[in-house]
Design a protein around this ligand. Structure first.
Ligand code: ADP
Length: 474
């Protein structure tokens, strides 16, 4: 039951409100009680003052303290309040009505001369449902003073307090039920978008990846959550699309050489009268396609492993200038048949930590492209320098350049630019994976690979590799 946010919020809400209500009731009850006390004390204080003043009047004076006290009582108006007057030793002198002394005698402390004072509060005592106040009255003519005692019933006070208690006992649970109910309804309404989101999210799958969560209020917390989830779905959908695209491209790329090799095999097998030379050239063609197939499979496999996060780097200490030089040496052999010259200018001794084989492959991919997309007798220039704590390797060719449309897409897997097919009557060899792999190698070394310029007179690719530390990330 407590797994539901709605239940938890309502219970918390109720608990906090119950405590606050209880505190409020206690405060109000205390205030009422204090106020009623003040009222009672005020009444008793007035009565005692009246008696005190009456005792001091000359017309009531009598040498006999009993007569003096009785005369004084006759002048006092508060007939509803029982009053008793005692001498300084506590003997009853007069009372009104008869038996009042019985009530006022309820004072627990002995009436002795120590009670000299005028503050009735200091002398009052609680007993049962009555309050008694006593004051010592100093009378200059009398040899000693008098104790005046007055009492009043606390019945109405007790009654009012009981009424307040009953009101609280009814009000608090009633308020709690009302608040619980309204809290339950309000939390239910506020959480409705979350419930709808959960239902919608459950219905979204691979078949309807384009659907999104409904955003009712985009600026509140749940609205922002829905927007964030929608953005996540966008990214997942894009990843899923590119994955499908990759699969389709890979299948297409593998199917073409495979079906050509298969057809060539079938045709050769059907030709029972073929010469040795014919069979040999057929096998040569099949071998070419199988090699291309094997290269594609190898590249696809490596990119798939990289995507899956496999650590396939063998990091070691090396000199980057040597790696670049070796790659240029290998590329020069490829370039000879097109009469392309490859110039190199490198710094000496560039220590680096990385995967030598992969860095060599990255350089070779870039150089192969430069050779492929440069017309015979062109030039390729390779430079290695240190710039802002990173090694920068630039490969510039005098090739056909890359159109604006293609520039954003050449690093995508299996993407082959338009001019790749226009360069020569025969299609330029390639799988569309060379730049993807080169870029993956650069980023694996925490570096970058970018096409920095391209135009009619050629293109420049730049690899940046941070000098410090070991670049391997995957
Ligand atoms: P491939 O070379 O096998 O087609 P790549 O991934 O190596 O695949 O390159 C992708 C595309 O980028 C190429 O098809 C080509 O259009 C373009 N490209 C790459 N390098 C160059 C270059 N040096 N000059 C002109 N175009 C290039």
């Amino acid at each position: 039951m407590f797994d539901s946010i709605r239940v938890r919020l309502t219970v918390w809400h109720l608990a906090i409100l119950a405590v606050l209500q209880a505190l409020l009731c206690v405060c109000i009850y205390d205030y009422i009680s204090f106020h009623l006390n003040q009222q009672v004390n005020g009444i008793l204080g007035n009565v005692l003052t009246s008696v005190d003043q009456a005792l001091g009047k000359p017309e009531v004076w009598n040498a006999d303290p009993q007569v003096h006290a009785a005369n004084a009582l006759k002048l006092v108006k508060h007939t509803e309040t029982p009053i008793a007057i005692y001498d300084a030793t506590g003997n009853l002198m007069a009372e009104r009505p008869s038996g009042a002394a019985h009530i006022t005698h309820l004072v627990e402390r002995p009436l002795t001369g120590t009670y000299v004072g005028t503050e009735s509060e200091n002398l009052q005592e609680h007993l049962g449902a009555r309050r008694v106040a006593v004051r010592f009255s100093v009378q200059p003519r009398a040899s000693a003073g008098y104790f005046i005692a007055a009492s009043t019933s606390l019945f109405s006070r007790v009654d009012e307090l009981r009424t307040a208690r009953i009101a609280f006992l009814i009000r608090v649970p009633f308020m709690l039920v009302l608040t619980g109910l309204s809290g339950w309804i309000l939390t239910g309404r506020s959480l409705t978008p979350a419930v709808l989101m959960a239902e919608r999210a459950r219905s979204i799958g691979a078949d309807n990846m384009s659907e999104r969560l409904t955003v009712l209020h985009p600026y509140d917390e749940l609205g922002r959550l829905a927007l964030a989830l929608n953005e996540l779905l966008d990214r997942l959908a894009a990843a899923s699309v590119s994955e499908r695209q990759f699969m389709a491209d890979a299948a297409h790329e593998l199917r073409t050489p495979l079906s050509i090799a298969q057809t060539a095999t079938t045709v050769t097998l059907m030709n029972t009268d073929g010469t040795f030379e014919e069979y040999r050239s057929a096998l040569q063609a099949i071998d070419n396609y199988l090699q291309r197939l094997s290269r594609s499979v190898n590249d696809v496999f490596r990119l798939a492993r990289a995507d899956a996060g496999f650590k396939s780097l063998h990091v070691e200490d090396l000199y980057l200038d040597e790696v670049v030089f070796d790659a240029v040496k290998a590329a020069r052999m490829l370039a000879t048949h097109k009469n392309i010259t490859i110039g190199i200018s490198t710094m000496e001794s560039c220590p680096y930590r990385g995967d030598e084989a992969l860095l060599h492959e990255m350089m070779l991919n870039l150089l192969e492209n430069s050779i492929k997309y440069t017309r015979p007798c062109g030039n390729v220039t390779v430079k290695l320098m240190n710039n802002a704590n990173a090694y920068e390797i630039s490969i510039t060719d005098t090739g056909i350049g890359i159109s604006e449309v293609d520039r954003d897409r050449i690093f995508q897997r299996f993407y082959r630019g338009g001019p790749a097919t226009m360069l020569a009557p025969q299609k330029v060899e390639g799988t569309g994976l060379g730049l993807s792999i080169a870029q993956w190698i650069a980023t694996s070394h925490l570096g970058t690979l970018e096409l920095t310029s391209s135009g009619q007179h050629g293109s420049t690719f730049v690899v940046r590799l941070p000098c410090n530390g070991d670049g391997a990330t995957t």
